[in-house]
Design a protein around this ligand. Sequence first.
Ligand code: PLP
Length: 396
Amino acid sequence: MISKKMEHMVANSSAIRAMFEEGNRLAKLYGKENVYDFSLGNPNVPAPEAVKQAILDILSEEDPVVLHGYTNSNAGYEDVRQAVADSLNERFHTAFSAKNITMTVGAAGGLNVILKSLLNPGDEVIVFAPYFGEYRSYTNNYDGVLVEISPNTVDFQPKLDEFEAKITPKTKAVIVNTPNNPTGVVYSEDTIRRMAAILEAKQKEYGTDIYLISDEPYRELAYDGVEVPYLTKYYANTIVGYSYSKSLSLPGERIGYLVIPDEAADSEALISAANVATRILGFVNAPTLQQKVVKYCLNEKTDISFYDRNREALYNGLKELGFECIKPEGAFYLFVKSPVADEKAFCAAAKKYNILIVPGSSFGCPGYVRLAYCVSYETIIHSLPKFAELAGEYDR
Ligand code: PLP
């Protein structure tokens, strides 16, 4: 007998698994090259060559007992954390040191560690639709309550009036994700300033601390030189959750970090809690080899020109066919308005052309669909005539 909570989770995750299996089934039937699978956010640009070299160098240079051992602190190797802090200070003119950095098992691990550290049962976590659906599961893991702000479908910047109205004395955390999955939108500096002012005022009004959690696995995937504000500079109670899954194309290696700045309320207690949470959630510490890889590759970048070319081709191609979408400024997703209100019916129609896309209701935003363009350029180009046929079903 599995737990009631897990029964619910298993039922909910079947849709994603079904999509994955459908992709495999179609590939077997029609050949992989004739299936246009835009469903998964799995990077298809290989990790930089420097990552491989770093692994070889680390294996030959580092003491294997230390390299493959538990780390002294559950937060990770001191030298790695100091190197991450130095790199952030150089880039964003911050003043972090090793103690402010907790190495994590990707962004997902980091979010679980910080929510475990912060939430009492019934505490509220605010998210802005459309949002990464796992935020609901992570909040639920610690008996928090997810509070959704409805989507602003004009430009997908967060709706700040509704945000202000929905903050309560129980609001413990707010999660923002910019560049955003699933819209590709980057929250502007103006948005961040106004959000910070609202949070400051509400903290004062209620006498509480509200933590802004910046989930930023897509920070380095930003196009046309768009600025992605570094949130700790705008609001003291900011926690940053970073990941190398997309920035170095290492999603399976499970490596990232949390930044808990000194300026955050109860910073020392929170840092200790994150340490213990890393241990008792069963991570114990982030993968040690990958921690060292991060240190060796702090200045490495994935080749985003590949995603950029896909972005242009897919956005322009779909616009020409009459689909409505805003041009993504970051990440590798395009959020497209469904030509019919029931976007699940639209996803089903797309499948007839071997096009796999994800319904917006998975992100709290029905009426839209998400396309992940971390696919080959050929997939995009060959999918466009299929999208044309699909669009034809709605021309009347
Ligand atoms: N947050 C967002 C918005 C994501 O899109 C993802 C993965 O796709 C994650 C977190 C989890 O990433 P990681 O692989 O670093 O755990």
